[in-house]
Design a protein around this ligand. Structure first.
Ligand code: 7TS
Length: 407
């Protein structure tokens, strides 16, 4: 079991008052806080080693290159990729998904083909496919979400996952519903039917063990900043066989072996997908975040999430003026709710006056929220440093907010 009281000490930002109250940070699905080891990795790199990679023959450049490529190997180990060459550094989940849409999509999708998504996708795993479908003349299909976001319609998934679908992209954990999809099963079904699978692991990578080979996915994308790492860095995992056949997306320095005025010979993956000077410092700090999470224990983090989520479910169900969205049980570490006749933005703004950080709005899931008949909702999302007493505090403050608005 995790000891959140102990772990909190590693996160300097948590130790502060906000609006005269101790900060209760429950906006971890948007971005998590960073431990000192990650902050130090960033600072130490800039203090001692800063240099460009892959080009210098001097000491600092060699150090920077070793640390950057070391971070790639660390990421491969973190998700049990078969090879470090299957790890492409990106700006984050959004860029990883756009990369697949623009490279795999450009060469594998044509008019009449279909892309299967679920109705619970973040805009990051919707808009890149809309753009691709418009370019290719392809069509998007959606696995329906059940009433109140309790789950996916798995019978419909089984029917829809068939030609002319060429690619199935789905979120591992929904950032709005807390729904955990059976990613291994989805990928196995897709592979049996000759369909490429893409996992949006933005909400899962930092919260549970991930094994790309065991999941059997073709692509998997995640963001550093949602897993105790810095902003501006993320990982796209792609199976080597697929990456090798994909054309580059952006062109520039670093991604080629030789060039003439007319053409270029590209480097093999992953470097052909990393044009220009990469985000060296943040990749190195991301590897420190991976060390931190592994030390805490990713299975223990998943248990802690599940415990807090179940506890929050109990506490918030007692508040009869709330409507909870998402599955009743088995939710990931977040809970989303609508307060009777109080707009989510008012809930979030008032919670802030008590030092509580929530997220309110559509959570970049506009079509889903519309379908659920709740254009806006409030969300509390947890991480390894959150405690039951913070959830008690949340429940107490939600009562106060409701009272204030019913005066
Ligand atoms: N996919 C999911 C499931 C997400 O939750 C998010 C961000 C993204 C993709 C995009 O990640 P990015 O790092 O590329 O921006 N989700 C949220 C959220 O729930 N609140 O703020 C950002």
């Amino acid at each position: 079991m995790l000891d959140p009281a102990q772990l909190r000490k590693d996160f300097p930002v948590l130790d502060q008052q906000v609006n005269g109250h101790p900060l209760v940070y429950l906006d971890n699905a948007a971005t998590t806080q960073k431990p000192l080891t990650v902050i130090d990795a960033l600072v130490n790199y800039y203090r001692r080693d800063n240099s460009n990679v892959h080009r210098g023959l001097h000491e600092l450049s060699n150090r920077a290159t070793a640390a950057y490529e070391g971070a790639r190997a660390r990421a491969a180990h973190f998700i049990n990729a078969a090879d470090a060459g299957e790890i492409v550094f990106t700006r984050g989940t959004t860029e990883g998904l756009n990369l697949v849409a623009n490279t795999w999509g450009a060469t594998n999708l044509s008019a009449g083909d279909e892309i299967l998504l679920t109705e619970a996708e973040h805009h990051s795993n919707l808009i890149p496919w809309q753009l691709l479908a418009q370019r290719a003349g392809a069509r998007l299909r959606f696995v329906p979400v059940l009433a109140d976001g309790a789950g996916l319609d798995l019978a419909a998934l089984d029917k829809l996952l068939a030609p002319p679908v060429k690619l199935f992209a789905f979120t591992h954990i929904s950032n709005t519903l807390g729904l955990v999809n059976d990613a291994k099963n989805f990928c196995a079904l897709a592979r049996q039917r000759g369909i490429v699978s893409v996992i949006d692991a933005a909400q899962s990578a930092g919260h549970r063990p991930l094994d790309a080979q065991d999941l059997g996915c073709d692509f998997l994308a995640f963001s550093g900043h949602k897993m105790a790492g810095p902003t501006g860095i993320g990982v796209l995992y792609g199976r080597k066989e697929l990456l090798e056949k994909m054309p580059p997306w952006q062109g520039g320095g670093e991604m080629l072996d030789s060039a003439t005025y007319e053409s270029a010979k590209y480097k093999p993956a992953p470097h052909k997908f990393e044009a220009g000077t990469p985000n060296i410092a943040d990749a190195i700090a991301l590897s420190a975040a991976m060390d931190y999470l592994d030390q805490a224990g990713r299975a223990a983090i998943a248990d802690h999430d599940a415990r807090l989520s179940a506890y929050a479910g109990e506490k918030l169900r007692e508040l009869k003026f709330l409507r909870l969205l998402g599955p009743q049980t088995g939710r990931a570490g977040l809970i989303t709710f609508v307060m009777d006749s109080v707009h989510a933005h008012d809930v979030v703004e008032m919670a802030n006056t008590f030092g509580i950080a929530l997220r309110g709005g559509h959570h970049c899931n506009q079509p889903l929220m519309k379908k659920l008949g709740a254009p806006a909702s409030a969300r509390a999302s947890f991480y390894l440093y959150n405690t039951e007493s913070e959830i008690d505090r949340l429940a107490e403050v939600l009562r106060k907010i409701k009272q204030y608005f019913t005066r």
